[in-house]
Structures are given as C-alpha cells and as structure tokens.
Design a protein. Structure first.
Length: 88
C-alpha cells in the first residue's frame, strides 16, 4: 500500500515538472516572425532587421557581426546557401 502511495506522489510531482520543461524548451526555440519573402538578421545583443529580400544579402550584412540570418524556413535557408532546389 505504501509503495502505491509513493508512486502516486512521485507521479504527481514529476508530471507537472516535465510538462513545464517541455513548454519552456519549445518557447526558447522560437525565432523572429519573418515577413513573407524576406529574411531577418537577429543580432546576438538583441534586435532584428527583416528588410532583406535574399539570404545572401542577410549573410553579407551579418559577416563579421555577432548575428544570425533567418528565412522563411530552415529548408529555404539551406536551399539558398547551397543553391540546391531539390531540398524539401
């Protein structure tokens, strides 16, 4: 009987902790909202610039800066970087 009570208490504590960790992880991976047809430069110190119409423009501006470029999707960024339209 005590084993069942201990298991119930452990489950009651573990489930909310795991659910909170899953929600926090998903939120941390969110990037900036990218307007259609544009790429964004995300500065490591904060701030974004979503005025770029190509990934190459964004990369040229980010060169030498503490910044990263984001596009319409990860696959679009990879396609632009390698010039391969077969990636889906």
């Amino acid at each position: 009987m005590r084993t069942i009570q201990k298991l119930a208490i452990a489950s009651a504590i573990a489930f909310p902790a795991l659910a909170f960790a899953a929600m926090t992880t998903a939120a941390a991976k969110a990037g900036p909202v990218v307007p259609s047809g544009h790429y964004c430069l995300l500065y490591d110190e904060g701030g974004t610039d979503c005025s770029f119409t190509s990934y190459e423009q964004c990369l040229a501006t980010a060169d030498g800066l503490a910044a990263e470029c984001f596009g319409k999707s990860i696959y679009d960024d990879a396609r632009e970087a390698v010039g391969n339209n077969s990636i889906r």
